[in-house]
Design a protein around this ligand. Structure first.
Ligand SMILES: [Zn+2]
Length: 333
């Protein structure tokens, strides 16, 4: 038996922010609410939304359990939570609302990751973990607002979508070699999101809705599969390993994109196409551009298989010399 969870209303477009009260009315949400934002997103959109809904404002400072605990405490007795921000705000709101058994509405201020519509939340801690929570009941993605977000966030979102390419190949491999459940529909949807971003990489800056839709579709693929499998394979393991090793890691999507170049090479698939499309959308394609040392890339590559219990092209792990060879051949170091 499989439980599929998807958002009920998704509104994407320029000026969508003004329609939030209508979306809430459609979803029959009313009463007291808390708006979660960080100090930047509160100023650029949160304040305005909180004014429209008469919500109490909660400032998220990180993406760890203390924030989730505090927000869950603040929202006791509320009808819903509104998340206004990027990955950390979304994850904290997703987990706190799930814990309180209330819905949440996601208003992304950037398109930097595929957690916008997915039921999975990432938590930073000693080990980064992806836990099942709930997907937003509604998503309001104002493309005029997202267009104004830093270019680096948008290219990181492109790279996260492109990395679905290697994640799906890893999923197929786990199915063939380990008999793991594989869903054709979720895999095809995830692969299509990567393909559309790869084919339109040059146009995304001027037409950000291509990317927003691809990231929402990735979240839907995760909802259908019931796990992050269709969008998270060895390239995500590499990114999680970097988060553990580096003092100053790059953005999630940036690391996943560079990981996807190397994993595509290992998978004997078209790593050059992955690299080209990352270049087109302005995402980093090597260690230097990510601000990460050669040593850390090799360490992350040779330890990524231990980050989580998920079968990928890394199988039981690769040696340091093999890691060095892969990173050099693909121009990452
Ligand atoms: Zn990701």
């Amino acid at each position: 038996m499989k439980y599929i969870e998807l958002p009920r209303k998704v509104l994407v477009g320029d000026g969508a922010l003004a329609k939030i009260p209508d979306v809430l009315k459609d979803l029959k949400l009313s009463g007291k609410s808390v708006l979660a934002a960080d100090i930047v997103t509160e100023r650029i959109a949160g304040e305005r939304i909180a004014g429209m809904l008469a919500s109490e404002v909660f400032i998220v400072s990180g993406s760890g359990m203390p924030d989730v605990d505090r927000l869950a405490g603040e929202s006791v007795g509320c009808g819903f939570i509104v998340a206004c921000g990027g990955g950390a705000v979304n994850d904290v709101a997703k987990l706190a609302s799930f814990r309180n058994g209330i819905p949440y509405i996601n208003v992304p201020t950037s398109a930097s990751h595929d957690g916008i519509a997915s039921p999975q939340a990432s938590l930073k801690g000693e080990k980064p973990v992806s836990v099942r929570a709930q997907c937003p009941l509604g998503v309001v993605a104002d493309t005029a607002l997202i267009k104004k977000s830093p270019a680096r966030l948008t290219s990181s979102g492109c790279a996260d979508a492109i990395s679905n390419y290697t994640a799906v190949l890893d999923w197929k491999l786990a199915h063939n070699e380990k008999g793991e459940y594989y869903g054709d529909y979720a895999a095809a949807l995830s692969e299509m999101s990567a393909r559309i971003v790869m084919d339109n990489a040059g146009k995304i800056k001027s037409n950000v809705s291509i990317l927003v839709e691809a990231l929402i579709s990735s979240g839907v693929a995760i909802g259908i599969a019931g796990s992050s499998r269709p969008c998270s394979g060895s390239e995500h393991a590499f990114s999680h390993a970097l988060d553990l090793i580096c003092e100053n890691p790059a953005l999630h999507g940036e690391q996943c994109g560079v990981g996807a170049i190397m994993m595509a090479y290992l998978q004997k698939s078209d790593w050059q196409a992955v690299k080209k499309s990352l270049e087109w959308c302005g995402a980093p394609t090597n260690a230097e551009q990510m601000g990460i040392s050669r040593r850390d890339v090799i360490r992350a590559l040779s330890t990524a298989h231990k980050v989580r219990d998920r079968y990928t092209i890394l199988r039981d792990g690769i040696s340091r010399s093999k890691a060095e060879e892969i990173a050099e051949k693909t121009g990452v170091i």
